[in-house]
Ligand binder design. Sequence first.
Ligand SMILES: Cc1ncc(COP(=O)(O)O)c(C=O)c1O
Length: 103
Amino acid sequence: MALAAIVEKGDEILFPGPTYPPYISYTKFFDGTPVAYETVEEEGWQPNVDDLRKKISKKTRALVIINPNNPTGAVYGKKIVKEMLDLAAEYNLLVLSDEIMTK
Ligand SMILES: Cc1ncc(COP(=O)(O)O)c(C=O)c1O
């Protein structure tokens, strides 16, 4: 529903790779472009914030943070989440924070 409300044709939506697949299909359904930012297996599947920065473009509309992520189960460190939110603020991105797997 959030994606239905915000995605316009050509918008890029950033989400973690790997991700919960409906983020990809719903972004495409609303004519947006899904863009994955890396999460690093050797680092417990934490997001690579440098890669995330590189993937932000003029078309980027929103940043999806899934914490804990599915399917990796990774819980992101506080410092990484802060860096991601700072990036979103710097580039004026909406943040979709999916914390559905939190107890
Ligand atoms: C990360 C994540 N977000 C959202 C959902 C969707 O949850 P629901 O089926 O309760 O809408 C799931 C379900 O597995 C999920 O893993």
